[in-house]
Ligand binder design. Sequence first.
Ligand code: PXG
Length: 454
Amino acid sequence: MAIAENRSPSEWQELDRQHYLHPFTDHKELGEKKSRIIARADGVYIYDVDGNKILDGMSGLWCVNAGYGRDELVEAAAAQLRELPYYNSFFQCAHPPSIELSHILGEVTQPHFSRVFYTGSGSESIDTMIRMVWRYWDLQGQPERKLIVARKNAYHGSTVAGASLGGMTPMHNQGGCLGNITHIEQPYWFGSDHSMSPDDYGLFAAKALEKKIDEVGADKIAAFVGEPIQGAGGVIVPPDTYWPEIQRICNEHGILLITDEVICGFGRLGEWFGADYYGIKPDLMTFAKGVTSGYLPLGGVMVGDRVTDVLVDKGGEFFHGFTYSGHPASCAVAIENIHILRREGLVERVRDDIGPYLQERWATLAEHPLVGETRMVGLMGALELVRDKSSLQRFAEDDGVGTICRDLLVSNGLVMRAVGDTIVTAPPLTLSHAEADELIEKAWKCLDLTQQSL
Ligand code: PXG
């Protein structure tokens, strides 16, 4: 019997209220409202314990790329758990699933990525990456290269290092305050005063890195880190000029370039990785989420030859690793997940079929009186709610219009996230055309309802 059937919906809510501390949650507020308890899922739909069917326009939390209800992934996990449920990769050991996955990851990433280090999550991948970067420069005889440049409003996870590297002030104020990290402007054209064209703005935002170099000296800067498209920050799509300019600046000053692919990786943008979409060549890439379509936890760092050569040739032992680095069942699921993405051509489907289709339909939402801008790359999009469409004037933060809209969406059968007054979406890559139509119709209806409620 499924665990969901053990208790009534209200019993689940009451036990949840009594015992469960949720991530990023105000529990006093939740205690008054009660949680939505999700019992099962299939395809692109989730079902709560009250029997509501909801289109999951967020792929869980940006991760269920291959969609729900994939028996192949369940079988892969079960078979591996029967064969070898756990063993570690410390002490000169390995096991077939982690080796096989490493080989496959080498095939789907750019040719200079021949090695991978496994973790259990995106945050652990970020911690690992930071330790590798510092180690790399120590080994290069430049230990003073310690500063890591990230962006304001970036999200890189929630461990001390992840919260510090991210650019979220509320997280910095709650212990995300590691040293040797600095944050520059994000490439958020809509959030600017619109005095520049998007292309000029992209160059301007990239030049913030050059300004930082002038300020502290390239010999102090270890790396630049960015999400190809910022996810949790509100699907900030950089102008096309941005990433090539960042690459040029990093090359010129020998700074390591790192893309955090936790959301953009594994097909989200219609290419295997965000770096491929933007035509850049990072030295390291962090990943998690979509590598297993979220069926089991797994993360990692793809390590490019420039760093591998130093870590392997000169590094000696790297004192770093996790109990679940390369967990056999997670790796088995990841292998099967990548098989699915390849077999069903899901990455190409996002690039050539469902991506362009949803993008075109999503753009029609810009005609709504509440919407100041829409944007979408692959299957990752956002719309901006505005008070005044002609001047693009936004609502006051206290109005909570984004939250009102998000709540209406969910109660009308569509999950999307509100980041302030930015509504974001990232549906499974398996989304059908009819499901895309449903997403747009529900979104339009809820924009109407939001407007009526103001
Ligand atoms: N990097 C990026 C780019 C992420 O989006 C992480 C690192 C951390 O991954 P883990 O597996 O440690 O959570 C993330 C995670 C949201 C939301 O509300 C986004 C994430 C996590 C939780 C909530 O959009 N992204």
